[in-house]
Design a protein around this ligand. Structure first.
Ligand code: PLP
Length: 388
């Protein structure tokens, strides 16, 4: 074997021994909350397509129409010839939804964050990130070369302390956080953070991957109170409740213009397929026209947390922390045997010692399935946790 293969095999064995090796499993999603895996149809409680837009006939029809007219690819970077007219339309729609001057779309949410942050922040600047921020916010932070600290999750006192200690020595300061936390389902205190950012001349950036479409009347985590929170940089993805693919940033005109001209992941990466952009537009039409439907995922999650006496869900995401990776894997396997797909989430996606089941709820989950799942969790998973 070559030294390359030796290295890869040794790393895999080490991961295997800690129950941290991951494997791809073929899974075909169907309409509603169903997936086909290993020859069985399961009810999935781990898709991020919260509004089941990915299979909505109106979304599919819009994507097909764009596919027929414009083909399967945009053919180049948006700055060369890949800027199909649908991009501008979607950017206008998102800017309107988020009440900002303008918006720019990227190939994905991950690409957005690793493009945006290094465009704005450089050595000599300061980035303060919530400790549970999504991996791509932290990757963008690393790429920027700015000095970076993590504050304890949602801990405004710790954030204040870091601002008071380090803000003075830095040229610019960016505060980054998930709006809705991807693995915990709780919310950042964005209004208080925006005030704090203003006091310290810092810029607040929220990653609202799990907020758009389902929180704040579909507008996301900046819209939980009557007035829009003063968040300078509202980033998010089209790959979750919007049911399509792509990432975006909504912000002021000069910021968006700078990102369009300097963000490496926009410049050096091919534009989204026009069909994906058309799908996003169709999904936004539905979300804006049907607010009661868009509110369903959180209501379904609350039905589950009520049944189990867990803290009331604030978003469609409900974590159940079990601790060790093998406990999470065993619970996930048990539920799969019972017909429910709930993937175990392990480090490094979540901190050491907090492996968990992460349940996500969609508009089209049947109440009877939620109730049966809650029963199984109560009688087989929680009981084991309590017995430990
Ligand atoms: C999923 C996710 C992303 C990445 O978005 P993609 O469009 O899937 O690349 C970014 N941030 C958060 C918080 C996410 O949950």
């Amino acid at each position: 074997m070559s030294s390359l293969d030796d290295m890869a095999s040794a790393k895999l064995e080490a991961l295997e021994s800690r129950k941290l090796r991951r494997r791809l499993i073929e899974t075909d999603r169907r309409a509603g909350a169903y997936v086909d895996r290993n020859g069985r149809t399961l009810v999935s409680f781990c898709c991020n397509d919260y509004l089941n837009m990915g299979h909505d006939p109106r979304v599919i029809a819009a994507a097909k129409a764009a596919l027929d007219v414009s083909g399967a690819t945009s053919g180049a970077s948006r700055l060369v010839t890949g800027n199909h007219s649908l991009f501008g339309e979607l950017e206008k729609r998102l800017a309107r939804l988020k009440q900002t001057d303008d918006c720019v779309i990227f190939g994905s949410g991950y690409l957005a964050n690793i493009g945006i942050i290094p465009t704005l922040m450089h050595p000599g600047d300061l980035i303060l990130a919530d400790a549970l921020s999504h991996a791509c916010l932290l990757a963008g932070t690393d790429l920027s070369g700015a000095k970076a600290f993590r504050f304890r999750h949602n801990d405004l006192d710790h954030l204040t302390e870091l601002l008071e200690t380090h803000r003075g020595t830095a040229r610019h300061c960016l505060i980054v956080t998930d709006g809705v936390f991807s693995m915990d389902g709780d919310m950042a205190p964005v209004n208080a953070m925006a005030d704090m950012a203003n006091v310290h001349d810092a810029w607040l950036m929220t990653d609202d991957a799990h907020g758009i479409g389902v929180i704040g009347g579909g507008r996301g985590s900046s819209f939980l109170q009557d007035e829009k929170a003063d968040v300078a940089l509202q980033m998010g993805t089209l790959s979750k409740a919007i049911g399509s693919y792509g990432g975006y940033l909504c912000a002021s005109q000069p910021v968006i213009d700078l990102i369009r001209t300097r963000a490496r992941t926009l410049i050096y990466s091919t534009g989204l397929p026009p069909a994906s952009v058309a799908a996003s537009l169709a999904a936004l039409d539905i979300i804006e026209a049907e607010p009661d439907y868009a509110a369903l995922p959180v209501q379904k999650a609350q039905r589950f947390t009520r049944a189990l006496n867990l803290p009331l869900a604030e978003s469609p995401i409900v974590p159940l922390v079990l601790g060790a990776p093998d406990a999470a894997l065993a619970a996930s396997q048990f539920l799969e045997d019972e017909g429910f797909l709930v993937t175990a989430i392990r480090p490094p996606t979540v901190p050491e010692g907090t492996a968990r089941l992460r349940f996500t709820f969609t508009a089209q989950h049947a109440d009877a399935d939620i109730d049966r799942l809650a029963d199984l969790v109560r009688t087989h998973v929680l009981r084991k946790v309590a017995a430990q």
